[in-house]
Ligand binder design. Structure first.
Ligand SMILES: Cc1ncc(COP(=O)(O)O)c(C=O)c1O
Length: 189
């Protein structure tokens, strides 16, 4: 079996792919970071958000979300089915009801959260499509309280809802987007 570390240099093809992804992504997205699973993508956004916000460690997410089974990603999931037996998980993480701007604002007001990470359409929770103005409202709350707005598009991205990603449908401009399985046709994370 071979193991290959891609971290010692940037392969040309990775650079080319990054360029193509950013061109399709549009908005303010201009950089790509490659990892080896969706969960690792979520871990990376947690680290980037904390690094960008030196005085905030909090990460907030929506209840019933699925973000992956590594410890950081699991900390953003509310369901005991996934969490039981693995605590204590990451401190300063919180979930609020998916679809409620009110609940989100109550938390964001405290200005403790570096990022809000949310699936535009929840998938493992049973395909929950939010109201048309939920994500726009959540984005503007994030801007108001200085929290990064991050979309987990692992199930929804790569044209699976029609557009490159549903951020377009909902008229939002995320600060970071996590993309995974669909990028390789589901063959590898
Ligand atoms: C929305 C979402 N985020 C994150 C993940 C985690 O990805 P992975 O299983 O590649 O670690 C998944 C996996 O299904 C997912 O659906």
């Amino acid at each position: 079996m071979w193991t290959v570390s891609g971290s010692t240099h940037v392969p040309d093809l990775a650079g080319e792919l990054a360029g193509k992804l950013c061109a399709r992504a549009g908005g303010k997205l201009s950089k790509a970071f490659f990892a080896s699973s969706g969960s690792e993508g979520v871990e990376a956004t947690i680290k980037f958000a904390r690094a960008a916000h030196t005085r905030r460690n909090g990460i907030i997410a929506a209840d019933h979300a699925f973000h992956g089974l590594t410890c950081g990603a699991l900390s953003l999931m509310s369901d005991d089915f996934w969490r039981e037996g693995f605590g204590p998980l990451l401190p300063e993480t919180k979930t609020v009801p998916f679809g409620s701007r009110h609940a989100l604002e109550r938390q964001l007001k405290e200005k403790k959260f570096a990022a809000f990470i949310v699936e535009p359409v929840q998938s493992e929770a049973g395909v929950r499509v939010p109201d048309a103005d939920y994500l726009r409202g959540a984005e503007s709350l994030c801007r108001r309280y200085g929290t990064l707005f991050v979309l987990d598009e692992e199930q929804t991205g790569m044209y699976r809802t029609g557009n490159f990603w549903p951020a377009y449908h909902f008229g939002v401009e995320p600060d970071m987007v996590i993309l995974a399985k669909a990028l390789s046709g589901g063959l590898c994370p």
